[in-house]
Write a protein that binds this ligand. Structure first.
Ligand code: ZN
Length: 121
Protein backbone atom coordinates (compact mmCIF):
# COMPACT_ATOMS: atom_id res chain seq x y z
CA UNK A 1 0.00 0.00 0.00
CA UNK A 2 2.04 2.87 -1.35
CA UNK A 3 -0.44 5.44 -0.06
CA UNK A 4 0.05 4.21 3.50
CA UNK A 5 3.83 4.24 3.20
CA UNK A 6 3.60 7.84 2.02
CA UNK A 7 1.25 8.65 4.88
CA UNK A 8 3.65 7.08 7.37
CA UNK A 9 6.60 9.06 6.02
CA UNK A 10 4.64 12.29 6.14
CA UNK A 11 3.42 11.54 9.63
CA UNK A 12 7.01 10.91 10.72
CA UNK A 13 8.06 14.27 9.28
CA UNK A 14 5.12 16.26 10.52
CA UNK A 15 4.74 14.96 14.03
CA UNK A 16 7.33 15.50 16.69
CA UNK A 17 6.60 12.18 18.28
CA UNK A 18 8.42 8.97 18.91
CA UNK A 19 8.72 6.24 16.29
CA UNK A 20 6.41 4.08 18.34
CA UNK A 21 3.59 6.62 18.03
CA UNK A 22 4.04 6.85 14.24
CA UNK A 23 3.88 3.06 13.92
CA UNK A 24 0.75 3.12 16.05
CA UNK A 25 -0.96 5.63 13.74
CA UNK A 26 0.26 3.72 10.69
CA UNK A 27 -0.98 0.38 12.03
CA UNK A 28 -4.34 1.80 13.11
CA UNK A 29 -4.88 3.41 9.69
CA UNK A 30 -3.96 0.20 7.89
CA UNK A 31 -6.37 -1.88 10.01
CA UNK A 32 -9.10 0.75 9.55
CA UNK A 33 -8.73 0.44 5.75
CA UNK A 34 -8.79 -3.36 5.97
CA UNK A 35 -12.02 -3.16 8.00
CA UNK A 36 -13.56 -0.80 5.42
CA UNK A 37 -12.55 -3.24 2.65
CA UNK A 38 -14.23 -6.15 4.44
CA UNK A 39 -17.36 -4.11 5.15
CA UNK A 40 -17.56 -3.26 1.47
CA UNK A 41 -17.15 -6.97 0.66
CA UNK A 42 -20.08 -7.74 2.99
CA UNK A 43 -22.27 -5.26 1.09
CA UNK A 44 -21.36 -7.03 -2.18
CA UNK A 45 -22.15 -10.42 -0.62
CA UNK A 46 -25.53 -9.11 0.61
CA UNK A 47 -26.35 -7.98 -2.93
CA UNK A 48 -25.29 -11.35 -4.35
CA UNK A 49 -27.41 -13.12 -1.72
CA UNK A 50 -30.38 -10.99 -2.76
CA UNK A 51 -29.86 -11.97 -6.40
CA UNK A 52 -29.70 -15.66 -5.50
CA UNK A 53 -32.89 -15.44 -3.41
CA UNK A 54 -34.67 -13.54 -6.19
CA UNK A 55 -33.58 -16.02 -8.87
CA UNK A 56 -34.62 -18.89 -6.61
CA UNK A 57 -38.11 -17.42 -6.33
CA UNK A 58 -38.46 -17.88 -10.10
CA UNK A 59 -37.29 -21.49 -10.10
CA UNK A 60 -39.43 -24.61 -9.75
CA UNK A 61 -36.67 -26.21 -7.65
CA UNK A 62 -34.92 -23.57 -5.56
CA UNK A 63 -31.17 -23.93 -4.98
CA UNK A 64 -30.94 -23.69 -1.19
CA UNK A 65 -27.26 -24.71 -1.20
CA UNK A 66 -26.37 -21.53 -3.06
CA UNK A 67 -28.16 -19.49 -0.37
CA UNK A 68 -26.40 -21.33 2.46
CA UNK A 69 -22.99 -20.99 0.77
CA UNK A 70 -23.47 -17.23 0.41
CA UNK A 71 -24.55 -16.91 4.04
CA UNK A 72 -21.44 -18.89 5.09
CA UNK A 73 -19.30 -16.45 3.07
CA UNK A 74 -20.95 -13.52 4.87
CA UNK A 75 -20.31 -15.18 8.26
CA UNK A 76 -16.62 -15.56 7.34
CA UNK A 77 -16.41 -11.90 6.37
CA UNK A 78 -17.96 -10.88 9.71
CA UNK A 79 -15.46 -13.12 11.55
CA UNK A 80 -12.62 -11.41 9.68
CA UNK A 81 -14.03 -7.98 10.62
CA UNK A 82 -14.19 -9.02 14.28
CA UNK A 83 -10.56 -10.17 14.14
CA UNK A 84 -9.48 -6.90 12.53
CA UNK A 85 -11.39 -4.93 15.17
CA UNK A 86 -9.60 -6.93 17.86
CA UNK A 87 -6.21 -5.97 16.40
CA UNK A 88 -7.40 -2.37 16.09
CA UNK A 89 -8.27 -2.37 19.81
CA UNK A 90 -4.83 -3.80 20.58
CA UNK A 91 -3.12 -1.03 18.59
CA UNK A 92 -5.28 1.73 20.07
CA UNK A 93 -5.07 0.25 23.57
CA UNK A 94 -8.83 0.06 23.95
CA UNK A 95 -11.27 -2.62 25.05
CA UNK A 96 -14.75 -3.46 23.80
CA UNK A 97 -17.59 -2.28 26.04
CA UNK A 98 -19.48 -5.43 27.15
CA UNK A 99 -22.80 -3.56 26.98
CA UNK A 100 -22.73 -1.59 23.72
CA UNK A 101 -19.59 -2.79 21.88
CA UNK A 102 -17.99 0.68 21.74
CA UNK A 103 -14.19 0.91 21.85
CA UNK A 104 -13.27 2.31 25.24
CA UNK A 105 -9.85 3.38 26.51
CA UNK A 106 -8.30 0.60 28.58
CA UNK A 107 -7.81 2.94 31.53
CA UNK A 108 -11.39 4.27 31.51
CA UNK A 109 -13.70 3.30 34.34
CA UNK A 110 -16.89 3.88 32.35
CA UNK A 111 -17.91 3.56 28.70
CA UNK A 112 -18.00 6.97 27.00
CA UNK A 113 -21.01 5.95 24.91
CA UNK A 114 -23.39 4.09 27.23
CA UNK A 115 -21.91 4.77 30.67
CA UNK A 116 -21.51 1.09 31.48
CA UNK A 117 -18.94 0.47 34.23
CA UNK A 118 -15.80 -1.08 32.76
CA UNK A 119 -14.45 -3.87 34.92
CA UNK A 120 -10.70 -3.81 35.53
CA UNK A 121 -8.90 -6.84 34.10
ZN1 ZN B 1 -20.84 1.03 26.23
Amino acid sequence: MAFLDELRDRAADAMQVTGKKVEEVYGATKVKLQIADKQSAVRTLYRELGEIVYENSKKDEPDFDAVEDKIAEIDLAFDAIEELKASERKIKNTVKCPACGEDVDKEANFCSKCGCEMSAE
